[in-house]
Design a protein around this ligand. Structure first.
Ligand code: ADP
Ligand code: MG
Length: 288
């Protein structure tokens, strides 16, 4: 039988934007010592706009670059892809067709456009391939930057930005005040992760983490004796959500994340995580 106090709290939880898929996990919320948040789409809206772009090749205009990029990104569901496609549509650009599209997990995408091999990749990918990041590309520390390679040549860059969700800072503050450590876990570059996590007052960040490594980061914390909750929205967060002691999905996120999670934040409001912790503690106190 379900203890009455827990049943009541589940109803209360629903009123506070929490959909409980796993009651045991909900009851364990009081044990959380570390709360890990994905960045894009979780602490931020995940709705990217293009803020700057530049070509490194005199023969390729910025519009041509954007057209190439949009062509490749039509095959991707990443928030970056949506941002790039929207910009190209806004400018009414001609979007060529793509052959042999491939995703480079956690690093970018590739394909053949107009007989040329085109890649759109992260700064980390450039570093791994001993390519220098041109000064021209460096801008605002909170921008996400992707680079376009055309037949192995650095063709240009596109900088994008999204916005913090309204309640992210408050959510982090409430959780921190409960003595729980808060970390950002993201595939995005270190500069963005550092800037955004500090702005939010988080305990720390883990950046340039590939999708399969997100799970390892959760395990590392668990091996240190932490009771870990993870909040995320993406397909790439699902293994980490499954590994965490409590997996929490953002309602507006992917189905895969929702299906893997123990709890869903139906209003996509990070502050509801704070309610979860408060409920967890209150429920327990009532039970004993
Ligand atoms: P996040 O944790 O932000 O969801 P991902 O693991 O999905 O990160 O992606 C990490 C990085 O890989 C992105 O910041 C970007 O640089 C690059 N990337 C991933 N998918 C794409 C894409 N479709 N187009 C361009 N770059 C991409
Ligand atoms: Mg995300």
């Amino acid at each position: 039988a379900i203890p009455l106090v827990v049943a009541i709290s589940t109803t209360l939880a629903a009123k506070n934007g929490l959909l409980i898929r796993n009651r045991t996990a909900f009851e364990n919320a009081r044990k959380i010592t570390t709360l890990i948040f994905d960045k894009t789409g979780t602490l931020t809206t995940g709705i990217f706009g293009v803020t700057r772009m530049g070509s490194f090749l005199p023969s390729v205009s910025e519009n041509e670059l954007l057209g190439l990029a949009a062509a490749l990104e039509q095959n991707s569901e990443h928030p970056i892809a949506t941002g790039i496609i929207n910009e190209a549509k806004k400018l009414n650009l001609d979007i060529p067709t793509v052959d042999g599209f491939e995703a480079i997990t956690g690093k970018g995408v590739s394909g053949k456009v107009r007989e040329k091999k085109v890649l759109i990749v992260s700064p980390g990918y450039l570093r791994e391939n001993q390519l220098l990041i041109p000064n021209k590309a460096i801008g605002d520390a909170s921008e996400t930057i992707v680079f376009i390679l055309i037949d192995s040549q650095l063709g240009g860059f596109i900088a994008l930005a999204d916005q913090l969700r309204e309640s992210s800072a408050e959510a982090i503050k409430i959780v921190n005040d409960q003595g729980i450590k808060t970390f950002m876990l993201t595939g995005d570059n270190k500069t963005v992760a550092k800037t955004v996590s500090e702005k939010l007052g988080m305990t720390g960040f883990m950046a340039e983490v590939l999708p399969h490594q997100k799970l390892d980061k959760i395990k590392e914390q668990q091996q240190k004796g932490e009771f870990v909750a993870m909040t995320g929205d993406g397909v790439n967060d699902a293994p980490a959500l499954a590994q965490a002691d409590i997996g929490i999905a953002i309602g507006s996120g992917t189905d895969v994340a929702a299906e893997t999670a123990d709890i869903i934040l139906v209003n996509s409001d990070p502050k509801d995580v704070a309610s979860l912790i408060q409920f967890g503690r209150a429920t327990y106190q009532k039970m004993i």
